[in-house]
Design a protein around this ligand. Structure first.
Ligand code: 3AT
Ligand code: MG
Length: 335
């Protein structure tokens, strides 16, 4: 099954461009929604600065990385000088402050893997999670956003892949499938590997942005305005890319030996990463290297059952793209 021949693209693929772009357009948050998100951010920033003048509030995740669909929750990170042991105290205090300001459903989850405060703003209807000092997530959010600004096709592809994953129930890390973050990295890597390439590898270029967080040097080229023409030699429109993306993950990827790496813009081997065997709960059945925490495999949530589900879904999607009369409907049918 692994090395089934990759398929030739159907001859009428271009007629699918308009429907895919229509789906993409329908998923983009409106300006009004963006304004509401900003309004809530400003409110929270004001409340927080009043209590902790030195602290900084950052947006991360889909509201900051430009891969957020309409009605997304906001992920926020409070950067504050505090020992890990005292995070709970801050979260509980924060919850008090938010509650007094009439924010709703305020909950401090101090025992979660990533401790957070949750809240809902009754004015805008937006829900929000606030964590503490998750600075790497703020930086990887910037990396994703910078990639999105190079070529419009990344955002189109990632929205469609995320929409597919959510519709098909394969965007649930607690059930052993992949996070949205992992899917976006898969899209970036795929576009780096296209020939001609649609995206460059920002971390291999001369760095114009560099910060060190938790002893990890995060450096990359971030003057992406200068790269607006980068993908112009590749004229593949969205339908062809969606087709090729699913074809790659269904029939082209070598699950036994390969690691995809946005950091290097290439495929690495599991052997060189020492990801060849299960260690603890890390099984490395599909390997996606985090761009900064390079010992971190975003596929580590995948187990021997969910890998089967995932690969069958990639194959289903590839078959639909190849043969179905109406892929833009069938692809997103609820599972
Ligand atoms: P949704 O639109 O909410 O589905 P998202 O972009 O907010 O997508 P996630 O909910 O998967 O993505 O994650 C929120 C952010 O947290 C994205 C990324 O900056 C960070 N993040 C998530 N998982 C990891 C991880 N395993 N390692 C490092 N950063 C991560
Ligand atoms: Mg999110």
């Amino acid at each position: 099954r692994i090395f089934k021949r990759q398929m030739q693209c159907r001859f009428d693929i271009d007629r699918l461009n308009a429907p895919f772009l229509a789906i993409y357009d329908s998923l983009i948050p409106t300006e009004e929604e963006k304004a509401k998100q900003n309004q809530l951010f400003t409110l929270l920033e004001t409340l927080i600065t009043k209590e902790w003048p030195e602290a900084q509030l950052y947006v991360y995740g889909s509201c900051g990385n430009s891969f957020g669909v309409s009605k997304s929750d906001i992920d926020l990170c409070l950067a504050i000088d505090v020992a890990d042991d005292n995070k709970s105290e801050i979260l509980l205090r924060l919850a008090d402050i938010l509650q007094s300001d009439n924010l709703q459903n305020v909950q401090a989850l101090t025992r979660a893997r990533v401790p957070i405060v949750k809240l809902m703003d009754p004015v805008t209807g937006i829900s929000c999670d606030i964590c503490i000092n998750n600075v790497l997530a703020v930086i990887n959010t910037k990396l994703l956003r910078d990639y999105a600004n190079i070529d419009a096709r990344l955002r189109q592809l990632a929205f469609i892949v995320k929409h597919w994953a959510k519709s098909r129930g394969v965007n649930e890390t607690y059930q052993g499938t992949l996070s949205s973050y992992a899917y976006v990295l898969m899209c970036i890597h795929f576009l780096q590997q296209r020939r001609p390439a649609v995206l460059p590898c920002l971390q291999e270029m001369q760095s114009t942005y560099s910060v060190t967080v938790e002893n990890i040097e995060c450096a990359f080229f971030d003057q992406v305005d200068k790269l607006r023409d980068f993908g112009s030699n590749n004229r593949e429109p969205i339908a062809k890319l969606v087709w090729a993306f699913f074809n790659y993950w269904a029939y082209g990827h070598d699950y036994a030996n390969s690691v995809i790496s946005v950091r290097t813009g290439s495929i690495l081997s599991k052997r060189e990463k020492d990801w060849t065997r299960r260690i603890g709960n890390d099984r490395h059945l599909i390997c996606i290297e985090d761009p900064f925490e390079i010992s971190h495999d975003l596929g580590r949530v995948v187990d021997k059952y969910s890998i089967k589900v995932l690969r069958e879904e990639f194959e289903r999607a590839a078959e639909i793209m190849q043969y179905d009369a109406n892929p833009c409907v069938k692809l997103f049918e609820p599972y």
